[in-house]
Write a protein that binds this ligand. Structure first.
Ligand code: ADP
Ligand code: ADP
Length: 220
């Protein structure tokens, strides 16, 4: 079944920028794909709509079978918390909070107790190969390790969909390759993974690419 269904999705920002034009996209459960295009082409806008962080001007966004347009903001928060993990270029870890609790805080809205959240955090850190860094603070970790902690945080709640926005953008090529390899492992374990990138090399290594330019998408 489809995790993402976009039907004739358009987004026009106040001021007139037409960031997406009648985009159709279906992503099936278990896919690993890249949305690839140059700066300003509409990639982040697409991620915001798929992540239900923003609403389209027209068209339908369906995530895990839910029509996002029929849900209010509270219901969308719940949908995100249960279904979607986010990874960003800037890691977005809380400073002064160790890796375990950065990951556990990603489960704040799960209703789980703190000890259970920490147990799941340790499991997620183990999955990304960082069990031995659980007590480290972000500034004690390399950039690549910080991004792997961010990935652990994103998948600790076992989301249906992992959205990664330029996940290697702040990393050197070795650390970037490690993060991409980790996303590949998560995909092998059944997670649906969508990567946004302007980097054609990264896109080429993935099983599916969707190209975007001036808000219009094409497939290869
Ligand atoms: P990308 O992620 O590919 O760089 P974006 O989705 O960020 O592209 O931007 C697509 C277009 O929409 C650009 O012209 C950008 O300047 C514009 N845009 C993005 N966000 C906003 C916003 N909040 N308000 C107005 N224009 C925006
Ligand atoms: P990225 O390409 O990594 O998304 P941007 O600098 O394009 O980085 O966007 C950063 C933030 O600014 C995003 O939330 C985007 O929606 C917003 N933004 C981008 N372009 C514009 C714009 N022209 N006007 C207002 N907000 C914008």
């Amino acid at each position: 079944s489809a995790v993402i269904e976009l039907e004739r999705v358009s987004k026009r920002y106040p001021g007139g920028v037409h960031a997406l034009r009648e985009v159709d996209l279906v992503v099936e459960t278990g896919e690993l794909l890249a949305i690839v295009g140059p700066s300003g082409s509409g990639k982040s806008t697409m991620l915001q709509l798929i992540g239900t962080l923003d609403r389209p001007t027209s068209g339908t966004v369906r995530i895990a079978g839910h029509d996002a347009g029929r849900l209010d903001d509270r219901q969308l928060s719940a949908l995100r918390a249960q279904r979607i993990g986010f990874v960003f270029q800037q890691f977005h870890l809380a400073p002064g909070v160790n890796a375990r609790d950065n990951v556990a805080d990603g489960l704040l809205y799960s209703g789980l107790s703190l000890p259970e959240r920490r147990r799941r955090a340790d499991r997620a850190l183990d999955r990304v190969g960082l069990a031995h860094r659980a007590d480290h603070l972000p500034h004690q970790l390399s950039g690549g390790e910080r991004q792997r902690v961010a990935v652990a945080r994103a998948v600790a709640g076992e989301p249906s969909l992992l959205l990664a926005d330029e996940p290697t953008g702040n990393l050197d090529s070795v650390a970037g390759a490690a993060v991409m390899s980790l996303l590949g492992d998560l995909h092998d374990d059944g997670t649906t993974v969508l990567v946004i990138t302007h980097d054609r090399e990264i896109a080429r290594a993935l099983p599916r690419r969707v190209w975007i330019r001036d808000g219009v998408i094409g497939h290869d």
